[in-house]
Write a new protein. Structure first.
Length: 216
């Protein structure tokens, strides 16, 4: 399991964290999340040049801030560039894949809630349901079961965040609850198994766990 701490300021950028998760490998996601965090750090650094902010150059806070910017400016520049590349991949192809994986996740969670514990790969399983629904509505990228298997395999460890976000997309003031709900979904996926099996829907070892960390 990969633990990802999220503080108050980063929570305001939770949509960008989801974009970072759209990368297709664990290492790429970790790097992309780091890039988001560096971009968030750049926000207070940028405020140093705000004419409205009055801070004496002899103020230790001012000096410390400048030193921090000097130490991290190259990394921040790299983070901004790499994050832009992640966003481009997201828009071009990964958003669609992540959306499909989240739809699969929703069906899994509903099946667990209904005590049906449907499998994914059987002839009447969840992937077949998603495939049938995609063909009915002409949804691109979800009409082939092999493609769906690959998408689920790629994103099953991170889908719980996006699914939680959909519950609160109209209530941004509840951002903190998103992390709590994401953790509930993560646990449900890793603690329940399809009927007749002993292997969970998603192994906890494959999952990203998001932990709220207060900055106060």
């Amino acid at each position: 399991m990969i633990e990802v701490p999220v503080n108050d300021l980063e929570l305001m950028w939770i949509e960008m964290v989801r974009v970072a998760l759209s990368e297709e490998t664990v290492d790429a996601r970790i790097r992309a999340i780091e890039n988001v965090k560096f971009n968030v750090k750049a926000i207070p650094a940028a405020s140093l040049s705000d004419d409205k902010r009055q801070m004496n150059s002899d103020d230790p806070r001012f000096v410390a801030s400048l030193l921090q910017v000097a130490k991290t400016s190259e990394r921040m520049s790299d983070a901004a560039y790499e994050m832009a590349q992640t966003e481009q991949r997201y828009v071009a192809k990964n958003e669609r894949k992540l959306n499909i994986a989240e739809q699969i996740c929703k069906r899994v969670l509903l099946s667990i809630a209904d005590k049906k514990f449907a499998g994914l790969h059987t002839e009447i399983g969840i992937l077949q349901e998603v495939q049938d629904e995609a063909r009915k509505h002409g949804t691109s990228g979800a009409k082939d079961k092999d493609v769906l298997r690959n998408i689920w395999s790629t994103y099953r460890g991170v889908v719980h965040l996006g699914v939680a976000m959909t519950f609160y997309e109209d209530n941004p003031e509840d951002d903190m609850k998103v992390l709590h709900l994401a953790e509930e979904f993560r646990q449900i996926l890793s603690e329940n198994c399809p009927k007749g099996t002993t292997k969970p829907y998603v192994s906890s070892g494959d999952q990203f766990k998001f932990i709220y960390i207060s900055r106060s």
